[in-house]
Design a protein. Structure first.
Length: 80
């Protein structure tokens, strides 16, 4: 499907200097999108990560829109 809107997240499950648990950050942000973005069901959401996230870690938009998890690796052309 063709989408007019794309929301991109750069996510990680743990961070060395602050609490990055996604019950507090990624899901909260996605819940805010669901509440405040009128056409979220017509948007794509891409979560770039280093292999430590899954749909279970970011389920606030499950069933609401198209969510894709993409690895940040040299193989995908993207890395940190």
């Amino acid at each position: 499907r063709k989408s007019d809107d794309v929301i991109i997240y750069l996510g990680q499950k743990q961070h060395s200097s602050y609490d990055a648990t996604h019950a507090n950050t990624l899901n909260a942000s996605m819940a805010s999108l669901r509440q405040n973005m009128f056409k979220i069901s017509e948007s794509d959401v891409i979560v770039w990560h280093e292999g430590d996230l899954s749909l279970r870690d970011a389920n606030a938009l499950q069933g609401e829109t198209n969510i894709r998890f993409c690895l940040l690796t040299n193989a995908t052309g993207w890395s940190i």
